[in-house]
Design a protein around this ligand. Sequence first.
Ligand code: ATP
Ligand code: MG
Length: 286
Amino acid sequence: MPIRFEHVGHTYSAGTPYEYKALKDVNLEIEEGKITAVIGMTGSGKSTLVQHLNALLLPEEGKIEILDRTITAGEKPKNLKSLRGDVGLVFQFPEYQLFEETVIKDVAFGPKNFGVPESEAIERAKKALAMVGLEADKYERSPLELSGGQKRRVAIAGILAMDPKVLVLDEPTAGLDPLGTVSMMSLFSKLNREMHKTILIVTHDMEQVFKYCDRVVVVENGTIRAHMSVSHFFLDSSFCKEMNILPPSLIRMKDLLKEAGFEIDERIHDIDGLASSIARQVKKHG
Ligand SMILES: Nc1ncnc2c1ncn2[C@@H]1O[C@H](COP(=O)(O)OP(=O)(O)OP(=O)(O)O)[C@@H](O)[C@H]1O
Ligand SMILES: [Mg+2]
């Protein structure tokens, strides 16, 4: 069952002088079993959009269907706890979701809250922390003493320990070093491929979108500007130019080579393929 937004609107601070309409008539269908990137400029409404997926924010207009539940504007959502077990959300600022006195207790909190016995919850927490690559010597420390990147890993582990069906990650690699970013994105990719998790990733990093995601949703000024497959979106740089987005380096390179007179097959999707194509053409024509 897909995730469906129908005519969803969200207004912050409604009825006050600070009222701000952050989502406007959003209609969107997100396929299950895929990795969907949510992109768009700062302040466009990405975080607002994804926080509706586990009812952290509620729609003021329209409705959202997620798994087998419906959240309708003006109605109190039912079975919130079970929804939050099925849809795990990692906040853009992970420090907002860490609150226990030690890292291990923080990660074990979710499963324990869902009735998993203490010892099993701790085991699950250790497994999740190993998945995100946090060293065991940090397990007994306070999450507040960790660096930004380490806090992010703990927050992600806290969600993984719950084993949700849908993972919603708001800028999950912000603050991670380049190697950490690659290993985190590879982990999400593996969770999607091997455990069929539906994954939504909010990101400003087009290289990640190009390399790891199947679908892309472009949010602009509280509306959905585009929604399509990543391969279609990055066929060349025209969509990016139209939407003011810097294309991934491979696409920029393909454009420059085309301008220089090379014939570049649209299906080339990595640097090795591009290099062999150029080498062939140089050999042939000198
Ligand atoms: N709690 C709030 N109260 C009032 N306005 C808010 C609140 N949270 C967000 N907004 C406004 O809603 C709009 C969308 O914010 P949102 O956080 O969804 O953007 P975003 O696309 O996630 O941006 P970023 O890329 O910077 O994270 C922004 O203009 C923001 O100022
Ligand atoms: Mg945001």
